[in-house]
Design a protein around this ligand. Structure first.
Ligand SMILES: NC(=O)c1ccc[n+]([C@@H]2O[C@H](COP(=O)([O-])OP(=O)(O)OC[C@H]3O[C@@H](n4cnc5c(N)ncnc54)[C@H](OP(=O)(O)O)[C@@H]3O)[C@@H](O)[C@H]2O)c1
Length: 90
């Protein structure tokens, strides 16, 4: 999805369309209300909505709602598959 949005951003730039990729991480919605989410990486619906509206006024390519996710995803991307498979995360 990120690669698709990146291509779309470049393609639509000259038309004046700005494509923003919002990455909210865990969001405390009705669907996950029964789950215990890690507090430091879980955003409220209101925070995510605020970030989405705010990104319209201050356009960026990618918006992480919870800043920690940027580093979590960076570490995830850097992990080789053979280590990732042994982490037993799912
Ligand atoms: N929350 C997270 O942390 C998280 C993380 C990763 C991925 N996701 C994914 O994000 C997506 C949205 O989840 P959410 O967290 O935003 O949950 P949510 O706030 O509870 O929203 C779920 C939405 O799906 C609709 N829905 C549920 N069952 C449906 C059905 N059978 N037919 C039609 N509509 C139905 C609900 O409609 P009604 O309001 O009418 O019931 C509601 O609008 C899900 O695919 C979820 O797997 C969420």
């Amino acid at each position: 999805m990120s690669a698709y949005l990146s291509g779309l951003r470049v393609r639509l730039y000259r038309c004046g369309v700005h494509v923003i990729n919002i990455k909210p991480g865990y969001v405390k919605t009705r669907m996950v209300a029964h789950k215990k989410l890690p507090p430091y990486i879980s955003a409220s619906v209101e925070t995510v909505a605020y970030d989405i509206v705010n990104s319209y006024y201050k356009p960026k390519a990618v918006v992480y709602t919870m800043w920690l996710w940027r580093y979590i995803m960076l570490a995830t991307k850097m992990l080789p598959d053979f280590i990732f498979k042994r982490l037993n995360m799912f």
